[in-house]
Write a protein that binds this ligand. Sequence first.
Ligand code: SAM
Length: 376
Amino acid sequence: MAAPRYTFFATCAPGVEPILHQEIAALKFGKVERQVGGVRFEGTMGDAWRANLWLRTAVRVLRREARFAAPSEAALDAGVAEVDWGRFLQPDGTLWVDAQTKDSGLDHSQFIAQRVKDGIVDQVRGADGTRPTVEREGADVRVHVHLFKDRATLSVDTSGESLHKRGWRRAQGRAPLAETLAAAVILMSGWNKKSPLIDPFCGTGTLLVEGGMIAANLAPGLTRKRFGFETWADHNEKAWQRARAEAQAAMAVPTKLRLVGSDLEQNRLNEAAEHLELMGLGKLAQLERGDATAFAPRPGWNATVVANMPYGERIGDDVEALHDRFGARLRELPGYSTSILTGSSRLAGLLRLSRPTRHRLLNGGIDCEVVVASIT
Ligand SMILES: C[S@@+](CC[C@H](N)C(=O)[O-])C[C@H]1O[C@@H](n2cnc3c(N)ncnc32)[C@H](O)[C@@H]1O
């Protein structure tokens, strides 16, 4: 019997949609469509496992369960009752419901979430009266309700915790970049996975770890503790373990790649070293304490320089002068490519890179820019 097919929506940070679209297209799923805030696709649960294991820039993968008109509470209740929630949730399980609403009669997201939660809990109640309990962190099942112009979409979250939590981070450093955004910055650069990858502001090493994982074809989901679908009532553990083993077999850590990092603070470098080591990338790493504006890689390396520059009040240095000096340093490196994440168009402009491509994205709610350029 053919495996059932579903509609999925992979969410991402605003601005990352084109990169996520490329990643999903490469996985060869059906009916891939870029939308605001994510990418829709169709596939089986096996495809959802692969999406969770392999997508580097997705934050969650949601599986659509129902779509219906919900102009009133009664219509919402009826739509919720149509779904067989017992496929996901046991009477002694835990549940969390998130809701968003826009341009709809039901305009209170907390009320909607509560109402949907009540409907699910009532349906899943056991013969002895046991009912699922509500739990925000680590719930067995997370449900998303999206209301737009009185149409409701009910989805179950196949990912569980946000996919930026790969499982390797031990230290937060000063302002760690989300792993999903680090992957986006690297994928935007068009890095060939062979030339040295340099992060002169490496902090806890997020960009170097994500770059190393890309080069090693290491699925970012392999190191996660668990995914949402693993606690669903109808989960097929044997088939899932086969999918994991396939991803594991695809990994090949390169021996010649250089992952080069520097930072002003020795503690950050120690953290970066720990993270790279944990991911089996320690042998590729060259970490050295120093000022990014004075970093001196070998000419002819034709390396890719990636960075998440200090730009916010959280760091507070003279960030404008820093951008000006760092840009001057980069312009002295013909043959190099860069992909630099910074806080605003103004700061991005201070780098004065020639003919850059600029990508706007939201980093933790802050408008940022990624400047991609080749140095000639
Ligand atoms: C925004 S954080 C980068 C965070 C990093 N991407 C991570 O995920 O941990 C900026 C880093 O640049 C370092 N830094 C600030 N000024 C620097 C400079 N002039 N040279 C080198 N590193 C610098 C800080 O110590 C900090 O770790």
